[in-house]
Design a protein around this ligand. Structure first.
Ligand SMILES: [Zn+2]
Ligand SMILES: [Zn+2]
Length: 191
C-alpha cells in the first residue's frame, strides 16, 4: 500500500482554475493529542482536491480512520472513528500574502520543490476532531483511586466510604488525579 503523503503538484495545475484529485492512505501510526494517544492500527484513507485559485493551490478534502485510545477515566481501550476536513492553502508566490491581507497561520507557501506534504494537514484535521476527554461511555465510573479497581466491572469495598471522599482525587475533566497516591503521605508529620 502506497502511503506517501508528499504529493508533487502536477504541471497542469499551474494554470488557474485547474483541479486535480488525489486519494490514498496515510500511515500515521500514533497521533498525540494533548495527554491522549490515538493509535491507528490501519492506515487512514484520504481524498483531496488540489485547485489552482490563481494565487495559490487550495487543498480541500477529507480523511477517515479508526483509532484506539484509552478512556480518560477507566483507562480501558476506546475505539474512535474520526473524519476530518483536510484544508491547506499554498501560495504560489511568497509575496502574495500581503496583497491578500492574510494572517501567517492561514496559508503556507508552496515549497520550491512544488511538493505538498499532506501529513501536517491530515494531523491538523484529526486534532480538531478527537474528543477533548475520550470516554468508553458517558457514565463510565472510572477506576477507584483507592484500590485501582475498574468500577465499571467491580464494586470494590472502598465504595462504602462514600463517593464524596474520592472527589479531590478526580480532576475537573474527569481524569484520575496523578497525585492521588500522595494523599496519605504524611507531609506535616515531620520529626
Ligand atoms: Zn471508561
Ligand atoms: Zn477501591
Amino acid at each position: 500500500m502506497d502511503t506517501t503523503l508528499r504529493i508533487p503538484v502536477p504541471y497542469e495545475l499551474f494554470s488557474p482554475t485547474e483541479t486535480a484529485h488525489f486519494e490514498g492512505h496515510a500511515d500515521l501510526g500514533v497521533l498525540a493529542a494533548g495527554p491522549d494517544e490515538y493509535v491507528f492500527a490501519e492506515p487512514l484513507s484520504y481524498a483531496v482536491d488540489f485547485t489552482n485559485t490563481g494565487d495559490a493551490v487550495l487543498v480541500a478534502g477529507t480523511v477517515d480512520g479508526v483509532a484506539t485510545t484509552a478512556c480518560a477515566r477507566c483507562l480501558e481501550p476506546v475505539e474512535v472513528s474520526l473524519r476530518g476536513s483536510v484544508e491547506g492553502y499554498f501560495l504560489l508566490a511568497p509575496d502574495a500574502a500581503s496583497q491578500e491581507g492574510m494572517e501567517g497561520d492561514e496559508f503556507d507557501v508552496l515549497p520550491a520543490d512544488k511538493v505538498i506534504d499532506l501529513e501536517p494537514l491530515i494531523v491538523a484535521a484529526l486534532l480538531v476532531e478527537v474528543p477533548l476527554v475520550p470516554l468508553c461511555s458517558d457514565d463510565c465510573k472510572g477506576i477507584c483511586p483507592e484500590c485501582g479497581a475498574n468500577r465499571n466491572v467491580e464494586q470494590c469495598a472502598c465504595d462504602a466510604v462514600g463517593a464524596d471522599d474520592d472527589a479531590p482525587y478526580i480532576m475537573a475533566d474527569g481524569r484520575p488525579n496523578p497525585f492521588a497516591a500522595l494523599k496519605d503521605f504524611p507531609f506535616d508529620k515531620q520529626e
